[in-house]
Design a binder for this molecule. Structure first.
Ligand code: HEC
Length: 129
């Protein structure tokens, strides 16, 4: 009896699942141009362009998609598809020592919402979109 109900439920769920999957809205794609670049412009660029403190120390130039993907003089800071190991996300997420938390010296750091946008962009493949 119990089994019958469970099987019935499973059968019902498997019938319903394709419908739900189809109806679920696609994850909106984060855009480098419209979403990521404005955050970088407001919170990072004054230090991460030539003559800026961050650029002079690390070599990281955040003026363009290309220069961002090039990274610092030590290597890349974005690993497309993997925000957890991307250095740029680690330093804004506070998963590193305070001395390299970004934006450097900014109390509290970026808002959760802004960090979320950058993370999602990396997880969606860090595209030049
Ligand atoms: C007030 C200046 C300043 C601002 C604003 C700033 N940075 Fe930096 N950034 C630095 C400095 C200085 C370093 C070098 C830190 C070090 O290695 O000691 C650095 C280094 C970095 C690094 C390399 C970390 C490493 O060790 O590999 C990344 C990535 C980075 N910044 C990203 C950002 C991002 C993203 C923003 C904006 C959200 C930002 N920075 C805003 C000054 C700044």
């Amino acid at each position: 009896m119990k089994n019958g109900i469970l099987q019935g439920t499973a059968a019902f769920a498997s019938l319903l699942f394709p419908v739900l999957a189809f109806a679920a809205p696609a994850q909106p794609e984060v855009s480098y141009k419209n979403d990521v670049s404005p955050i970088i412009h407001d919170y990072c660029l004054n230090c991460h362009e030539p003559k800026g403190k961050g650029f002079e120390t690390s070599g990281l130039d955040l003026r363009t998609y290309k220069s961002l993907m090039k990274g610092t003089k030590f290597g890349t800071v974005i690993k497309p598809g993997d925000s957890f190991t991307s250095i740029m996300i680690q330093v804004i997420d506070g998963r590193v020592h305070d001395s390299i938390k970004m934006p450097y010296g900014m109390a509290g750091g970026l808002s959760k919402a802004k960090i979320g946008v950058l993370k999602k962009w990396v997880d969606q493949g860090a595209k030049d979109n």
